[in-house]
Design a protein around this ligand. Structure first.
Ligand code: DQA
Length: 150
C-alpha cells in the first residue's frame, strides 16, 4: 500500500553539491542524493517528486503546483531559508506539512545561518547529518502524517 506522496525541493547552489565546499556539504552529488532519497522512499513505499531551482519564485511555483498532488514536502531552501519571507508565506499558504532540511549544522556555523525564516511555518527542522538529513526528514514527515510503521 502506498504510504504518502512527498515533494522534495532543493534550493539555490545545491545543484553544485559534490564540488561545492565538500568540507561543509560532503562530496555526494545532488543526483546521487536523489537516488538515495528514491531508494529510501521505495523502502517506505512512498512516492517522491524531487525538484531543484536556483530561483526563489520557481521554488514557490513548484510548491504551489504540488499543493493537491502531495501530502507534504521536504525543503532545503539553501540560503533562502535565512531570507525568504515569500517562501515562508508560500508554505503557510499551501497548508502542507513541511520539514526544513539542511545538510550542514547551520547552528555551528556563522550567526547569519542561525535564523530560519521558514522554521516557524514548518513542522520541524533537521540539520547537520549530510545527505542522511533527507532520509531522516522523510521518516519524520511520514511519522507526522501517521504513515510510518513502528
Ligand atoms: C544549507 C545551509 C545554508 O546556510 C546554505 O546557504 C546552503 C546549504 C545546508 O544544506 O546546509 O546553501 O541549506
Amino acid at each position: 500500500m502506498l504510504k504518502g506522496r512527498i515533494l522534495l525541493l532543493h534550493g539555490p547552489n545545491l545543484n553544485l553539491l559534490g564540488t561545492r565546499e565538500p568540507e561543509v556539504y560532503g562530496d555526494v552529488t545532488l543526483d546521487r542524493i536523489n537516488e538515495f532519497v528514491h531508494a529510501h522512499a521505495g523502502r517506505r513505499r512512498t512516492v517522491m517528486q524531487t525538484h531543484q531551482s536556483n530561483h526563489e519564485g520557481a521554488l514557490i511555483d513548484r510548491l504551489h503546483a504540488a499543493r493537491d498532488e502531495v501530502d507534504g514536502a521536504i525543503i532545503n531552501a539553501g540560503a533562502f531559508a535565512h531570507t525568504s519571507l515569500a517562501l515562508r508565506d508560500a508554505i503557510v499558504a499551501v497548508g502542507l506539512p513541511v520539514v526544513e532540511v539542511h545538510l550542514s549544522n547551520v547552528y555551528a556555523r556563522e550567526a547569519f545561518r542561525h535564523h530560519s525564516m521558514l522554521a516557524p511555518a514548518c513542522v520541524g527542522v533537521i540539520a547537520g547529518f549530510g545527505w542522511r538529513s533527507y532520509l531522516l526528514a522523510m521518516d519524520a514527515l511520514l511519522g507526522h502524517l501517521g504513515q510510518l510503521d513502528q
